[in-house]
Design a protein. Structure first.
Length: 134
């Protein structure tokens, strides 16, 4: 069994959501452009792990951690500088207020198990919930 759980909750922000989740929910089901600052196979500048997916941010946003809202771009096998796709899920971190978007190319469908496998290089099993729209 995977450590992540899927939420069937409505994608509308609620007062019970963390600030980060309130912000991230607004992107569910929408087209998103990510600026990729950590391309596939690059190394984290501090922790040294290798990015097994393109990882970036939504320009012009401000997340609770003081940086832009981050996102994984899944479904591409080449390093990218920018990526456009649809936000299909949010990785809601249960231990901090730094949620991540899951963005995929238009027409791509990933189940929760595939998402969990793709982000395992950075996300700790059991420390997040995959949130989707209905």
């Amino acid at each position: 069994m995977l450590g992540a759980m899927s939420s069937g909750a409505d994608d509308s922000p609620t007062s019970n959501d963390s600030v980060s989740l309130q912000m991230a929910r607004r992107f569910l089901g929408r087209s998103v452009e990510l600026t990729i600052d950590r391309p596939l196979n690059s190394r984290h500048p501090v922790h040294g792990f290798r990015y097994e997916a393109n990882y970036g941010f939504v320009a012009g946003t401000m997340a609770p951690d003081g940086d832009e809202l981050d996102g994984y771009f899944l479904g591409e096998t080449e390093p990218l500088e920018t990526a456009s796709g649809v936000c299909v899920a949010v990785i809601h971190r249960t231990g901090d207020d730094d949620d991540k978007l899951v963005v995929v190319p238009e027409g791509t469908d990933l189940d929760d198990e595939s998402i969990s496998a793709a982000i395992a290089f950075q996300e700790i099993s059991g420390c997040y919930i995959i949130v989707r729209s209905r």
